[in-house]
Ligand binder design. Structure first.
Ligand code: FE
Length: 213
């Protein structure tokens, strides 16, 4: 019996992130881009040694292997997008829960400095990619990855991400990536998701949020 991956349902309605991210953007981003990554992943997996493995195992097993680049890209983009949808919620943003806010203060010297570093990192990512909050051991850090790359193949645990591929914001913000990133952080970020990822990462440094379905 061949195991295939499924496009998981969005955690909210397509119009739930508006006006920060329009229903039209979510419809294309989830219903076309994300869906195509999942479908392509299933096609590429058929008949390979990776069939039946978890999404995280496939990503770890194909990372940095040039002959597996397509499989890696589609597996990692499947993971990245499922994770991204969970990083946001209607009515999100604002300040993190107190205990996690203290962690951020300790790592970055205050929430405003953390926010500025995340925005700068997202804006400075040249071309397509992702801007992350990660756990690095017991501490927190901002990271960026290009194209489909994920932090957990580099020993960093993803806590939050913002998609900075143009398809994530161009319909709503055109070339104004900074405005999109600022609005996501201030109005959509799901801090409970980040805090829960961090608690699990602090208890087990090899923890990676499972996005298989
Ligand atoms: Fe995307």
């Amino acid at each position: 019996m061949t195991k295939s991956f499924h496009l998981p349902p969005l955690p909210y309605d397509e119009n739930a992130l508006a006006p920060v991210i329009s229903a039209q953007t979510v419809s294309f981003h989830y219903g076309k881009h994300h869906k195509t990554y999942v479908e392509t992943l299933n096609k590429l997996l058929a008949g390979t040694d990776f069939e039946g493995r978890s999404l995280e195992d496939i990503i770890r097993g194909t990372a940095s292997k040039t002959d597996q680049a397509s499989l890696f890209n589609n597996a990692a983009q499947t993971w990245n997008h499922t994770f991204y949808w969970n990083c946001m919620k209607p009515g999100g943003g604002g300040k993190p829960p107190r205990e996690f806010a203290e962690r951020i203060d300790g790592a970055f010297g205050g929430f405003d400095r953390f926010r500025a570093e995340w925005i700068n990192t997202a804006v400075e990512q040249f071309g397509s990619g992702w801007a992350w909050l990660v756990a690095d051991g017991d501490s927190l850090a901002i990271a960026r990855t290009g194209n489909a790359a994920v932090p957990f193949t580099m020993g960093l645990t993803p806590l939050l991400t913002i998609d900075v591929w143009e398809h994530a914001y161009y319909l709503d913000y055109q070339n104004r990536r900074a405005d999109y990133v600022r609005a996501v952080i201030d109005k959509l970020i799901n801090w409970d998701f980040a805090a829960s990822n961090f608690e699990r990462a602090a208890a087990d440094h090899s923890f990676v949020p499972a996005m298989s379905s």
